[in-house]
Design a protein around this ligand. Structure first.
Ligand SMILES: *Cc1c(COP(=O)(O)O)cnc(C)c1O
Length: 391
């Protein structure tokens, strides 16, 4: 990040050059292509001798503005915007790996990322070895001669465990691996993995970056050379973000700091309330002193984020009863929305996993995940309280 300007200022003042109309707010550039002055301009542009927009699968003023903001926020060198978070993740791996390469990853990863590692990458003879969140000390023993990427998410979904970015970053450096972090739960306002040695940082912009549950988006930012490989691969294979989504997301980033502050303030209050409730067995929130990795969270995060996980007494049935009695909060698959969302992973998103595999990634039968929104926190707590008390 620039040493001159602060996070909020960069989020607001990083802006596409004004057009001849001198608009104050960046307009929407709904155009699939751009025109050339003459044959020579066209030749030089295609030869990449000039940095300019040619075709919106490659770049577009709206996607460039969005990318420039995230690059500044993460302290990265370059970036590329994708249609979804999964497009960012898949394209990043596909661009950097070849048949026979190997990945080491924490086993607590987003569901579709897990599917990519176990179902799809093996089609191209790319295998993944998993270590558990509490097994960072075993990580080195999984590294092979053909290991190329070390991948983690922190905080993890849905159990809200924390991995030590500095520790993992040092292992990646020692073994010359590309260290990639999915920073979606934290956002760059709370945590900047590049400071701890990450080479690339990935986001599903669908979550807190949009923050209002409207559009899908994804982005990868980081090291210039790696990003160039990803860009060349993406520009030819077509997972680009639409200008409209980029325009929405770039506006959303202007309020990221202030929204995440309030999300985290509300989430801490919800976590403290849950910790005091007799029907709750366990609460996990990074900035609660009772969190097993509280010290690591304090070291690498400026706030606790907006996701709270808790274990309701009474297992699967109690979890389902809780969901059935929720009145205001939404039962939805998204997270990081202004609206508070509650989910019960063991009976929904992770119901297809064997119980053993579920437990390994911290998904007990009574685990409930709350994405704390921006409603008045008293109303959020009162809805959760009445659903916890319902029989
Ligand atoms: C949602 C999510 C993704 C996938 O993003 P989409 O935009 O839904 O494709 C990846 N990682 C994490 C941690 C997520 O929460």
């Amino acid at each position: 990040m620039s040493t001159e300007k602060h996070f909020e200022t960069l989020a607001i003042r990083t802006q596409t050059e004004r057009s001849q109309f001198l608009e104050h707010s960046t307009p929407l550039y709904v155009t699939s292509s751009f025109v050339f002055e003459d044959a020579e301009d066209m030749r030089a542009s295609f030869a990449e001798e000039k940095e300019r927009n040619l075709y919106s699968r490659f770049t577009n003023p709206n996607t460039t503005e969005f990318v420039d903001k995230v690059v500044a926020m993460e302290g990265a060198e370059a970036g590329y915007a994708f249609a979804t978070g999964m497009a960012a993740i898949f394209t990043t791996f596909a661009a950097l790996l070849k048949a026979g390469d190997h990945i080491v990853s924490c086993s607590s990863v987003f569901g579709s990322t897990h599917a990519m590692f176990t179902k799809f990458l093996p089609k191209w003879n790319i295998e993944t070895s998993y270590f558990k969140v509490d097994e960072v000390d075993l990580l080195e023993s999984l590294i092979q001669e053909n290991t190329k990427i070390l991948y983690i998410e922190t905080p993890t979904n849905p159990a809200v465990d924390i991995l030590d970015l500095e520790k993992v970053g040092k292992i990646a450096k020692k073994h010359n691996l590309i260290f990639i972090v999915d920073n979606c739960f934290a956002t760059p306002y709370v945590q900047q993995p590049i400071k701890f040695g990450a080479d690339l940082v990935i986001h599903s912009a669908t979550k807190l970056m949009d923050g209002q549950g409207r559009v899908l988006g994804g982005i990868t930012v980081g090291n210039k050379e790696l990003m160039h490989e990803i860009y060349i691969f993406a520009r030819n294979t077509g997972p680009a973000m639409s200008p409209f989504n980029a325009w929405v997301l770039s506006k959303s980033l202007e309020t990221l700091a202030i929204r995440v502050e309030k999300h985290a303030e509300n989430a801490l209050k919800v976590a403290e309330f849950l910790e005091s409730h007799p029907n709750v067995k366990m609460v996990k929130y990074p900035f609660l002193k009772s969190h097993p990795q509280y010290e690591i969270a304090k070291k690498q995060m400026s706030l606790g984020g907006n996701i709270v996980a808790f274990e309701i007494k009474g297992g699967i049935n109690a979890g389902r009863t809780f969901l059935n009695n929720i009145k205001m909060c939404s039962l939805s698959a998204n997270l990081g929305d202004t609206r508070t969302i509650v989910t019960h992973p063991s009976s929904t998103t992770h119901s297809k996993l064997a119980e053993k595999d579920r437990l390994e990634v911290g998904i007990t039968d009574g685990l409930v995940r709350v994405s704390v929104g921006l409603e008045n926190v008293a109303d959020i707590i009162s809805d959760i309280a009445q659903a916890l008390d319902a029989k």
